[in-house]
Design a protein. Sequence first.
Length: 618
Amino acid sequence: MEQRLISLLQSSPRLDQLKQIHALISRTCPNLTPIFLKLLLNQPATIRYARQVFFTVPSPDSLISNSVLSAHSKLSLHREALEIFHHWHRRGAQITSFSIPSVLKACASLAALDAGKQVHSIVLQLGFFSNVFIHTALVDYYVKNNDVCSAQKAFDEIVDKDPVPYNCLIFGYSKSSDVVQARHLFDTMPQRTASSWNTIIACYAHQGDFNEALTLFERMLEEGFQPNEITIVVLLSICAKVSDLETGLKVKKLIDGHHSRSSLIVRTAIIEMYVKCGAVDEARLEFNQMDRRDVVAWSAMIAGYAQNGRSNEALELFKKMQSECCEPNEVTLVSVLSACSQLGSTDVAERIGTYVESLGFTSSVYVNSALLDMYAKCGNIQKARRIFDEMSQRDIISWNSMIGGLAYNGFAEDAVSLYHEMIQESLKPNDITFVGLLTACTHAGLVDLGLKFFHSMRSEHHTVPKIEHCACIVDLFCRSGRVDDAYRFILEMEMKPNVVIWGTLLSACRIHSNIELAKISVARLLELEPENSSNYVLFSNLCAEAGQWEEARSMRKLMKSKDVQKLAAYSWIELNGRLNKFLVGDRSHVRCDEIYDTVDELNLQLKGVHEFYLEESI
DNA sequence: CTAGGGTTAG
């Protein structure tokens, strides 16, 4: 009978068949009910029915009750687990020490604070003092509720501690950023497991102390611990954050033997490691080799393309994801939007924007900020503003995107007044806020206001200006023709000027024909990036325009001697969703004659407009 | 029949 029952249940019966089997058992051999129930618990498909059967059992013993409870807990059916426990508790059934951990796990996952406290008091009433399992579950419960104090108290109750409660509490201290306590527990625990190492390594990684994390990993290997999947994932994510491809590959080697079996998460972490090290093509190879991909894997790869400036490939992959019926989540959409914002195409922005808006992530601050950022960067400032105004919640990044968006689109005054609104709402500006503000001032020629904002960073907002803020100030002086002030500012800067700063000055020197400063800037630029052709070309053109032919020729010579290749620059225009690229003297387009005629005509018209304004001003 | 650590983002 029992064998037949097993084979019947394994043939994935329908609900009506299950009912028949159940009826048969209750009529002919009720003593088989517990076995029947246990078999139902084994499969997620039949656990619902198991619950119904359990509720009909007149007085279930604690063994079967605990099995029902733990089966639900294992499948993360926490709500149902709590329901079972309440039902059972009401009937006055005997609660054993085995019942408690599953219930506490359910309370922790549901963030059911009151229920958890009740269970704790039941624990005290029933006198389960110093039971390792129960108190470990209590430590875990309090850690998950961010109450590390109560967790420590529950921990202290345990007389004979194995590594598990230590690991739980170390994680608790890690979550509350108390590295000292975490490390103390780790150092003093009598014996460790691989999980102990994983927890402490992850703790340092969360703190941003990647060196200590890597040192501990080496010690872990030295002491003969076998890294598991979680160790690998933690390490790969560290390598991703510090862009350390060399260590990343070493870690990857550790699992290369049984690579085919490695989990989705490990493979996603490998993709992420490659992506953050700039090795996008290697990431794609890894991605292609996956036999199964979830939304996280797709998102990681799409984000990888987006972050490495390969927007078209990001969008192509998103299309493929949709064709394989994988539903995008917020993270996917944010990456897709970020790819679009780099393309700068109004058509694509319109299409993807409308699509994203139709999906109903209306309350997501993340998605909305990415949306408004994209609209702004693609020139649709009205839509960007509409999204911003309609947002029910905004964080610093939403404000920054809007301020920056207004700034880049030339609405300097709106950017500045939005900043004041932000201050009114008592939000703290960060360094990105100031990049937006300074950009606004640059575009509008508001030199004094820009300098005021720059100085207020330190004095009022306790943020230290970074090199990008200094670059904004240099640009601010340069655009208003004050190249000498720009140079003076560079000399007084606390940090070493970079290529952006010297490049800005050099370009300004060409416009304002300042050969002396141009010489200084180009010298710095050739030190910093001898391979960049535009510096040589810019300087030599500048000299030629000023009539200094000898200087111009020698710079061309220098460029040639260093074998610097000049990159062909092209301009492009998007028409009816198609991208058309043009090189200098390009005749490849089928209608190039018409195109050149039109360009000539436009030039004439522009000259006419220019002359008209000249006459007007006289 | 009981417990812990991990991946994607503006």
